[in-house]
Write a protein that binds this ligand. Sequence first.
Ligand SMILES: *Cc1c(COP(=O)(O)O)cnc(C)c1O
Length: 468
Amino acid sequence: MKYISTRGNAPKLAFDDVLLTGLARDGGLYLPETWPTFSSAEIAAMKDMSYTDVAVQVMLPFVEGAVSETDLRQIVEDTYGVFDGDDPAPLVKLGENEYVLELFHGPTLAFKDYALQFLGRMFDHILTKRGATLTIVGATSGDTGSAAIEACRDRENIEIFILHPEGKVSEVQRRQMTTVLSDNVHNIALKGNFDDCQNTVKALFADEEFRDAVHLSAVNSINWARIMGQVVYYFWAALKVGAPDAPVSFTVPTGNFGNVFAGYVANQMGLDINQFVVGSNANDILIRFIKSGRMQSKDVVETSSPSMDIQISSNFERFMFELLDRDSGALNNLMEEFKTTGQFTVSDAFLDRLKSKMDGERFNDEETAKLIGNIHAKTGYLLDTHSAIGVGAGRVRRWDQNVPMVALATAHPAKFPDAVEAASGVHPALPAFLSDLYEREERLHTLDNSYDHVKSYIETTLKGRNKL
Ligand SMILES: *Cc1c(COP(=O)(O)O)cnc(C)c1O
């Protein structure tokens, strides 16, 4: 399997190079040259398989030529072996033809674990094979940082530095990062806001001498391997509600569009998906786009669902490329327009095509709290703020009541305890394996919001670790 860039001007790469490269050299995102497909009979044969077997089945065509089936199986078994309970992704019935897919049974209680735990192990496998090392640097406002740290901890080939804005992430989120005391994990609390963290990381990547010297890499959501790790649970859930004999719909709380794009990939691979619904908070760029055909970013506002507080959905580019029949020229024109004017508008034909597959709805914080409270009162089921938006959007935007609607629950309610308790009156408890989180020792380095300080901290640390 070879991978091509959405912008059409970067070398075709095999899976292992795509994994290590992240963003394509032409600024585009990598995706497979063609979509591998399964017949109905092949999908039916997955019905009695375990989660890891389904994962191997679904991911094997994507790594073909770069990773052997034996190695892939080992990586997948290690990955989902660390998840809590027997079923990594349980499907819970919420109401008539309405289900919740619980994607919060990984080490950091958010769906990002499903891809990042896999990614960390895959990095390790490829780096070991090549005798290479990597330095991962990232900025986080919460969830991604902890999932990335858990994925990379104790891996000899990787040093990971995560910057978070000092005092501006929740205590659960901070502790999930800072209580990982592994020697290769380095938490930086920056005296600034999230944008300062992100700008510092961008500047490090732009510093070519530094980038090459430390073998800088990223684990952000544009990495193809993250999408790939998320395709699996769409099959897993669909098989439980009737696939391949009956269609299914999915509703997804959406930020960078990585999660819902993985659903689109499952659809392309032969899974019969009737409809996708995207849910947004007040940062509703996608919802406005679906309504108007005009993509226009606004300033980010803080909400009770912080993992969806985004200005623009970076993975949406992959979906546009598909809707444009993979016409890189047309895509480049739209991206160029966006860069110069801060907006672009698509054709009616494009919008019709999008709307034949996708719908969406936004909920502000007050509406989200009402959803959590009402659903808990009626069913006893407690949703986190992000997941509640998904369920709510699925309810108001579903096209066919006879098609099962599966809502992806992207975080455990205990990750956002204050908002959930205020909405439901119930204090969500952390699962047993994290119950002593508030007593664990923390380790972090507080640094001034200065590029030079951060850079020299990273260099000194790497020298101390014999990596520079
Ligand atoms: C990251 C995240 C999202 C958004 O997912 P995208 O793939 O960026 O659309 C939603 N909910 C939670 C809890 C998250 O951590």
